[in-house]
Design a protein around this ligand. Structure first.
Ligand code: PMP
Length: 368
């Protein structure tokens, strides 16, 4: 072996991956169960014919940013676009995090906030949520005062716990944070609230969004951020030239012609979520409320019977395996800090959800 060692600070890290297992019902990555409308695909095919493939794409992605700006009633100069909201987050961390700077998250939350912050060379500090996964103002104040983070992440609705953050808490965090605050709203369209109204030229806050969930376009890898113009300028400094290809720009513009279709899809997902929640509440599970397109739950332990499964992991892991054996893949969060034995299921189609409920009922009753 003649490997060259990577950076010292990356040695203990592994990549962040959600397993892609081939099973009939895949409810582990919070994708939309709804495909974009057939007209979208036809429109897109026509627009693709107009792309000048020998030329670089519009580096400033002006048309796409204008279309997103119109959707949110802001100016194109308030919009930064990137390859998925993960690249948006990475750009924020390259611009405002990095060596010698601190990034704050409140756990449990979306793991990539800490992961990308570390890759960017930042020091990560993790505040903690209350037992019910809400966030206390005291804890936010403690982290901001003790660590003076350059970047503070809030995630609303929070992945993987499901609840949106209290709007008053978001506003007070923005008012007191010493650095920038990013409100990750990957799931905002499934929730009645948004922090977009806080974005102003003289506030250090931005909201990130994605096409991957509501817009049924996880395959396209397109995300964006709405923020003050000075922040968009800073993010442009760290973005690679022409990072957003012409195909993706056109896909993003075309999708915005089908807003009402997407809104109906989000409403259907919310209705399915409520149905799933009420069914799951009849089972021996702890089920957390959700304002997103997924639900966090924990199978109740059944005392001595559980020791038999200890070798194969805890009860969460065993229920996960039982679901998988029955063709249903959910996210196993059972080994994550603060989430012992917890699993997260994405709201799927009515058929997928029905298959999940049958498999789950048999998993939890098999233990009785
Ligand atoms: N933020 C949160 C909270 C997420 O859950 C996800 C996807 N799992 C993302 C950002 C990234 O989404 P994408 O890169 O697909 O836009």
């Amino acid at each position: 072996m003649n490997r060259y060692p990577k950076r010292d600070d990356l040695r203990a890290m592994s990549g962040y991956h959600s397993p892609q297992v081939s099973v009939p019902v895949r409810l582990n990555t919070n994708e939309s169960p709804i495909e974009p409308p057939a007209e979208f695909v036809r429109d897109l095919a026509t627009s693709v014919g107009d792309i000048r493939w020998n030329r670089y794409p519009d580096r400033a992605a002006r048309e796409l940013r204008s279309a997103i700006a119109a959707l949110h009633q802001v100016r194109p100069e308030n919009v930064f676009v990137a390859n998925g909201s993960n690249e948006v987050l990475q750009s924020v961390l390259l611009a405002y995090g990095g060596a010698g700077r601190t990034v704050a998250t409140f756990e449990p939350t979306y793991q990539l906030h800490s992961h990308i912050a570390r890759i960017a060379g930042s020091t990560v500090v993790n505040g903690t949520r209350n037992a019910d996964f809400t966030l206390s103002g005291d804890e936010v104040r403690r982290v901001l005062t003790d660590h003076q983070p350059s970047v503070t992440f809030l995630c609303s609705p929070n992945n993987p716990t499901g609840l949106a953050e209290d709007p008053a808490l978001i506003a007070s965090t923005v008012a007191t944070a010493p650095g920038v605050v990013v409100v990750d709203e990957a799931y905002a369209q499934f929730s009645p609230q948004s922090a977009l109204g806080l974005v102003r030229e003289d506030a250090r806050v931005a909201v990130s969004r994605t096409y991957s969930k509501t817009w049924s376009m996880a395959a396209a890898r397109l995300g964006y951020l709405i923020g003050p113009t000075w922040m968009i300028e800073d993010l442009d400094v760290v973005a690679l030239p022409y990072h957003l290809d012409a195909l993706k720009q056109v896909a993003g513009i075309t999708a915005l012609k089908y807003v009402s279709h997407m809104e109906r899809g989000a409403a259907d997902v919310v209705a399915e979520r409520e149905r799933l929640l009420s069914e799951m509440r009849t089972m021996p599970l702890t089920v957390w409320p959700s304002q997103a397109n997924f639900i966090l739950f924990r199978p109740n332990s059944v005392g001595s019977g559980d020791s038999a499964g200890a070798a194969a992991g805890g009860i969460g892991r065993r229920v996960w395996q039982h679901l998988l054996d029955n063709g249903v893949l959910v996210r196993d969060c059972s080994s994550w800090e603060g989430l012992t034995d917890c699993l997260r299921v994405t709201v799927g189609s009515a058929t997928e959800n029905a298959a999940f409920l049958v498999a789950l009922r048999s998993a939890v009753s098999a233990r009785d």
